[in-house]
Design a protein around this ligand. Sequence first.
Ligand code: PMT
Length: 222
Amino acid sequence: QDENKLKGKKVLITAGPTRETVDPVRFFSNRSSGKMGFALAEVAHRWGAEVTLIAGPVVIDPPSGINYVSVTTAQEMYEAVMNHKNDQDIIIKAAAVADYRPKQTHEHKMKKHEGNLVVEMERTNDILKELGEQKQQEYLVGFAAETKDIEYYGNKKLEKKNLDAIVMNDVSSTSTGFQSDENEVIVLTKRGLKEAIPQSSKAKISERLFEIFIEEKQGEKS
Ligand code: PMT
């Protein structure tokens, strides 16, 4: 009966890193592989949802049967999310979006000079914050990668970004978080739930997360 848990629901998921170009051969990015977001998309699809997966540059194959949107930069991810956000029942932002991008993108490869190089960076749009500001009926979930004071920062983001839930992963461990096939998370919700999901595959973590989100979303109506 798992197949029907999200039947008739629309789920939007973001995954992977973004890539911010400084010249034709160089970019700033991060260690996200996309595995967490892809696992969420696979579970949502298997449970009957209509899934849109917006992902930055990754090397893994997306699950079949979903609407896949491939992007490169934080700005492209922002535009894709804004284009697809309406009428979603659940939005989950598992992507690791760049907070800064080079202020200038050089048309030609930058040349070496004596001494240090300073690249001026400017802020990207905070997609999650804007989703929180425009939030309607959808259940909005953020992810957060922290290396210390996980719960403190989680609660701060939950409130500041007007989220229904935040999934915190400790990325200081190499067996979980970025790139690994497994994760270990703490979920904090606006309704006051705090649940630690012990280390397991990103697929198993995704299943438990959707159970929590579905239960809370149903609870909202009653
Ligand atoms: O991809 P994997 O290798 O499987 O790794 C999974 C993961 C560790 C990347 C994933 O589980 C995760 O934690 N993703 C969020 C990482 C992150 O960028 O955390 P943050 O604290 O910088 O951002 C918090 C939230 O704001 C995230 O939901 C992020 O998508 C969102 N954000 C951040 C910046 C920005 N400009 N716009 C955003 O929407």
